[in-house]
Design a protein. Sequence first.
Length: 202
Amino acid sequence: MLVVLPCCSRDVELATRSIRWAIKLDERCAYECLISCEAGTNTKELETECQQYFRTVHHFTYDQYPEEPKWPNSPNWCFQHSARYIATHFKVPFYWMEPDVTPLKKGWMDSLVKEYYEAGKPFMGHIVRGMGHCNGCMIYPPNVALHTTDALLARATAWDVILAKDIRTKTHNANHLMAHFPRYTGVQLSFNDSTPVQRMLD
């Protein structure tokens, strides 16, 4: 299993903080990591943290998005370039771990990997309530192009939304392991006390 860390200059610091937190949980992770970023992104600090945490750290750089970097065009561009690169150079399932993904407990990646292989489906992630698609921060098969064409060509619609129609029967629902709280639901996770967080993790 490959852990992919997509980032750009605007969120590379957040990605770095996420890995620092993961180190506090596990110290080391037995999986390989791929930092995927647009040209010109300074990932030196992120690479340092990843080298401390992951078994091996790889780096992939793609050209900057040629138009105004807005959502979802830029994220689509990043995912599409990364997915094609992984299919050619790694040929293993990968977990798409965006900078705002936060591990919550020790052994988090082992739990995801175990669930994925036991489920036996090519995709695994959080099915978004009320929308029906799998959030893009999920586990993908080695060659996404074998399952979809439209998601790898998406521009004005997020790739994970377009992907839904092609993978509906190929996705394992892992909502019990992967939580997703988008802003538009109005749900905000903030705690004044660590006790309720601990109850969620036990």
